[in-house]
Design a protein around this ligand. Structure first.
Ligand code: HEC
Length: 333
């Protein structure tokens, strides 16, 4: 039944390659107005395009300047696909984010049509009837050449804005923040009644899941884990630092970010250690003590720690946490 329906859609789409939607949209995309494709396109768009074109596709991302407003795209579908594959002016091929299959491009296209303004045009010019007579030449092109793309900004975008393997394609710092907040919440439940050993053990297992789902399969977290997010931040920060176009500020702050991520990684290992002792049958008194330490470590992961009690939290050994990572990423020019 499903297969038959799919075939039907395809046939209809082929017979009427320029679909005209309820709102008067036109498209040469075979997946145009296909609900499944629209849904599949959203996460791809967010992971691969939103960094420059913005979450709303209005051209206001944080990646390259002057990214096009894709809600007003008027140059026809063939040119859309060509722009994605071959790049367009300052946009590198594939937006510099790695290739997509033709189907994925069509899914992104279908999703973008759902955001498109009424007068957008996703049809190819030759397929347009004389109705509105839009020709490619009539569309104004951007004559100001924006600054050349910086490759390191793309890697930093994966930390701050979006990364493809995280739930919801969130940026790595965001998923780290969310998992740490969940762990923190459950660590607080664990110490709510330090005389109740079962409570401590149950909630500590939940903390463990949010820190590293590989250690504890089930729990209230997102299934990604603070540890995985920290490791991915190390990877992407290193990529950014080692790009040919990385300037001094990238190199300097990469060092600070990496030192702070190392702290987070270390605190995670301490938490997992204590959690293992609690679940492994530590005495009620030791369990209560470990549970309180877990709460404290989670605070450090999120906000950093004034380890040398000098009144400030630096990025350095034993001090920096997520807040310091965000600060130093914002200092990069
Ligand atoms: C690294 C930043 C970056 C990423 C990532 C990126 N783009 Fe672009 N894109 C740009 C910029 C900048 C322009 C405008 C280039 C110009 O006009 O000089 C542009 C232009 C375009 C255009 C041409 C618009 C027009 O008016 O013809 C299309 C289409 C497009 N992008 C689609 C995409 C899609 C789809 C993705 C995701 C698969 C994507 N881009 C990812 C930066 C990016």
């Amino acid at each position: 039944m499903v297969a038959a329906l799919g075939l039907l859609t395809l046939l209809v789409a082929e017979n009427d390659a320029t679909a005209v939607g309820e709102e008067g949209r036109r498209s040469s995309n075979l997946l145009s107005e296909n609900a499944e494709a629209e849904q599949a396109g959203q996460p791809i768009y967010r992971a691969k395009c939103a960094y420059c074109h913005g979450m709303k596709a209005d051209g206001r991302g944080r990646g390259l300047p002057n990214a096009a407003n894709l809600r007003k795209f008027k140059r026809g579908y063939t040119r859309f696909v060509k722009a994605v594959k071959e790049g367009y002016k300052t946009m590198p091929p594939w937006g510099g984010m790695g290739e997509l299959t033709d189907e994925e491009i069509n899914q992104v296209g279908a999703y973008l049509e759902t955001l498109a303004k009424r007068n957008a045009n996703w049809a190819d010019p030759e397929e347009l009837s004389d109705a509105d007579g839009v020709s490619v030449d009539q569309v104004a092109t951007n004559t100001v050449e924006p600054a050349a793309p910086k490759e390191y900004q793309i890697h930093i975008g994966h930390i701050l804005d979006a990364w493809q393997d995280t739930p919801g394609q969130l940026g790595l710092a965001t998923i780290l923040e969310q998992e740490a907040a969940i762990a923190s919440e459950h660590a607080a439940y664990a110490v709510a009644d330090l005389e109740d050993w079962d409570v401590i053990r149950t909630h500590t297992a939940h903390v463990r899941h949010a820190i590293d789902p590989a250690r504890e399969a089930n729990g209230p977290g997102k299934g990604y884990g603070v540890v995985a997010a920290a490791e991915a931040i190390v990877q992407h920060m290193t990529f950014a630092r080692d790009t040919a176009d990385a300037n001094e500020s990238v190199k300097l702050h990469a060092k600070h970010v990496l030192a702070s991520v190392a702290n987070i990684h270390f605190w995670c290992s301490k938490i997992l250690d204590k959690a293992a002792q609690i679940s492994g049958g530590a005495s009620p008194i030791s369990s209560a003590f470990f549970a309180e330490e877990i709460v404290e470590h989670l605070t450090w992961i999120q906000h950093g720690r004034d380890a040398d009690a000098d009144g400030t939290i630096s990025w350095g050994l034993g001090e920096g946490g997520l807040a310091q990572i965000r600060a130093h990423l914002s200092y990069i020019e």
